[in-house]
Write a protein that binds this ligand. Structure first.
Ligand code: HMG
Ligand code: MG
Length: 287
């Protein structure tokens, strides 16, 4: 039996959040519905963030209301504060995620808060999610390099990951937000984080700006990680991380893992169809 590695599909959220053209909710719903048939256990659908900050995600409630939910699939959303959490709960999100930064510069740019202030803001979200029985995931951004503060000390990532664990995150996803990580810097970062959390509670979230995401996944597999975030079509980027390109493409990760002998449980034809749909959404913008 081949060992399983899970891909957590990010396309509808991380993939689309940076697109300039306001993509109609119906197109986003069609993408999620296609992804629901591809074998993912978890799909990040949207973000309940301020529409002033990320206009593309302003239709979060509409998208959540329109998707056809497949039993066994968890439909995840980002929730930066209680306002976002309340909306996510009303929209029947299967799970929610809080997202922190390992650098002060990116925390300010992305959340308008210091790291400490952001963690304070997440505490009531975590408490409410626990009380409501909604699983909570956590992100740490800029785990190797920050566009504002330069290289990120691994100890800073470990500290924030530990704080998210302390709030009850069942898994912490480690974001190379601007895709400048290298296998060596990823390994050094993981070495510090693994002092706080076992590999079963970590995920790799690597953007592919410099084309090294697959190597960084290999470095993470060697450290025992078995969950990776990816976006069909390789779309995306973070509006508050200058120069950030998309998440590593789901289809590339799935093929890479298959070649290395891992099972992902994904239907590759369906993934290719979803990737084509996602790319067409971007191409529409270019014309
Ligand atoms: P702020 O401006 O300090 O917040 O932003 P505020 O509380 O002063 O609110 C400003 C306005 O936004 C108010 O509206 C609020 O009501 C509204 P007004 O009174 O002016 O009309 N507002 C909201 N509306 C809807 N839903 C909400 C919400 N919250 C406030 N939840 C805030 C602080 C955190 C809200 C803002 O900075 C924000 O929304 N940031 C999110 C940025 C974002 O989504 N970034 C991309 C996702 S993270 C990412 O991509 C990285 C990741 O992929 C991992 C990696 O790659 O590293 C996860
Ligand atoms: Mg990201």
């Amino acid at each position: 039996m081949p060992e399983t590695v899970e891909i957590f599909e990010m396309g509808p959220r991380d993939g689309l959040q940076n697109e300039k053209r306001l993509i109609p909710a119906a197109e986003k719903i069609a993408l999620v519905d296609l992804l629901s048939q591809a074998g993912f256990r978890r799909i990040e659908v949207t973000s309940f963030v301020s529409p002033k900050w990320v206009p593309q995600m302003g239709d979060a409630a509409q998208v959540m209301a329109g998707i056809a939910r497949r039993p066994g699939v968890s439909y995840a959303v980002l929730t930066p504060n209680m306002k976002g959490y309340a909306a996510a709960k009303s929209a029947r999100a299967s799970e929610v995620a809080i997202f922190a930064s390992a650098s002060e510069g990116f925390s300010k740019a992305n959340l308008n808060a210091t790291i400490a202030e952001s963690l304070e803001r997440f505490t009531p979200v975590a408490d409410a999610a626990r009380a409501d029985g909604i699983p909570l995931r956590g992100y740490v951004s800029v785990v190797t390099d920050c566009p504002f503060d330069g290289p990120t000390p691994p100890a800073n990532v470990a500290r924030v990951a530990a704080a998210l664990r302390g709030m009850g995150c069942y898994e912490v996803s480690l974001g190379d937000t601007i895709g400048q990580g290298r296998p060596e810097s990823i390994d050094a970062m993981l070495s510090a984080v693994l002092d706080e959390l076992p590999p079963e509670r970590l995920a790799g979230h690597y953007h592919d700006t410099a084309g090294r995401a697959l190597e960084n996944i290999d470095a993470s597999l060697a450290r025992g990680l078995r969950v990776f975030d990816a976006a069909v079509g390789g779309l995306g980027g973070c509006p508050y991380a200058p120069g950030a390109k998309g998440n590593v493409a789901t289809e590339a990760v799935a093929a890479h893992l298959a070649a290395a002998g891992y099972a992902t449980g994904l239907d590759m034809d369906m993934i290719e169809r979803a990737a084509a749909m996602a790319r067409a959404m971007r191409e529409d913008e270019d014309v």
